[in-house]
Design a protein around this ligand. Structure first.
Ligand code: PLP
Length: 359
């Protein structure tokens, strides 16, 4: 068995110790004679697994009691619809910030349900920076303010939390758990699991309880956060195996020292990769330095005709999934929590070697 270094943007690398525990548990969970996938979600065993996962997540993120933690399905993309259906009244309005491809998708979906005010957009600058706070045009009557703290495709990340009057709604799919965050600043945080939480199929929503019970009459029951909150995320069958695996990831993070330790490690990984890019005329990253993502590092070659060769030879060297998103091309290294520092070191060594042979 060989496990290679995986820089996939999502579904992304999982921590090896977590996969080993899952393998041990696979046929027989804790001597119960069945796997987690085969348990009733109402069994005391599985309810215990789910409660433990939530408790560990609450500890990791220091989530205040006034917030509900929901484990849902449908991905972050379904939350693009759930957010307006839960928070925007009929004929209402919401503010959105446009900082990249995921912002745009959230905005397009929001427009189906009401009036969307794009408070500021970085599109004219090809999404290489975050619009200055004093340029934002906020509405007085916004039901919420939506933004994308880390744009997974463009590699643009907020290293600060916006200060706005409306409830702050954040798509944290590709940044959650990468470092501590002050949850009390937010109305809603949501994230697809397959970047930094666990396997695909699970969606996390952290919502202030004051925001529950405001959904539109037409909101499908399965999209209403209150339904999930009132039923401990078990109104219907939750994605049991994905939730179990996420719980193992939370345990792993806790053992490593929690999010402060992860932040330190992630900063080190990102700093050395950006330094390798910046110190070379062969590679480039287009994002303004203050807004560079610590999780997704896009880069281009000065000679784009070498892209194919780079991807082919990096894969042969055991460095997987370095192609940029199909919408932007180039390269992208996603260096989430589960991507070890040794993977980043191996990537940098390969990049320097490739430059020497082709520069
Ligand atoms: C991956 C991603 C999404 C889409 O997530 P799905 O779970 O596939 O719907 C949305 N937003 C961001 C920021 C992402 O990184």
């Amino acid at each position: 068995m060989t496990r290679l270094y995986n820089f996939c943007a999502g579904p992304a690398a999982l921590p090896e110790p977590v996969l080993e525990t899952a393998r041990e548990d696979m046929l027989d969970w804790h001597g119960r004679g069945l796997s987690v996938m085969e348990m009733s979600h109402r069994s005391s065993e599985f309810v215990g697994i789910a409660e433990r996962a939530e408790a560990t997540l609450r500890k990791l993120l220091a989530i205040p009691d006034e917030y509900a933690v929901l484990f849902l399905q449908g991905g972050a993309s379904l939350q693009f619809s759930a957010v307006p259906l839960n928070l925007m009244p009929e004929g209402g309005r919401a503010d959105y910030l446009n900082t990249g491809q995921w912002s745009k998708k959230a905005i397009a979906e929001g427009k189906r349900f009401g009036s969307v005010n794009v408070a500021a957009s970085a599109e004219a600058g090809n999404f290489s920076s975050i619009p200055a706070r004093d340029s934002w045009q906020l509405s007085a009557d916004a039901a919420y303010f939506h933004y994308t703290p880390n744009e997974t495709i463009g590699g643009v990340e907020f290293h600060w939390v916006p200060d706005v009057d409306a409830p702050l709604v954040a798509d944290m799919s590709s940044t959650i758990l990468s470092r501590p965050v002050d949850v009390s600043r937010f109305g809603v945080i949501y994230a697809g699991a397959q970047k930094n939480i666990g396997p695909a199929g699970l969606t996390l929503v952290i919502v202030h309880r004051d925001l529950l019970g405001r959904s539109r009459p037409l909101c499908p029951v399965m999209l209403d956060w209150k339904t999930a909150a009132d039923n401990d995320s078990m109104y219907n069958t939750p994605p049991t195996f994905a939730l179990y695996l996420a719980g193992l990831v939370f345990d792993w993070l806790q053992e490593l020292g929690g999010l402060t330790a992860m932040a330190e490690l992630n900063r080190r990984k990102a700093d050395k990769l950006y330094a390798a890019i910046d110190n070379s005329a062969f590679y480039a990253n287009p994002v303004e330095v203050a807004s560079r993502s610590q999780m997704n590092v896009p880069f281009t070659l000065a000679d784009a005709s070498l892209d194919k060769l780079f991807l082919q030879q990096s894969a042969e060297a055991g460095l997987l999934n370095l192609a940029g998103h199909r919408s932007v091309g180039g390269m992208r290294a996603s260096i989430y929590n589960a991507v070890p520092e040794a993977a980043v070191d191996a990537l940098i060594a390969f990049m320097q070697d490739f430059e020497q042979r082709n520069g």
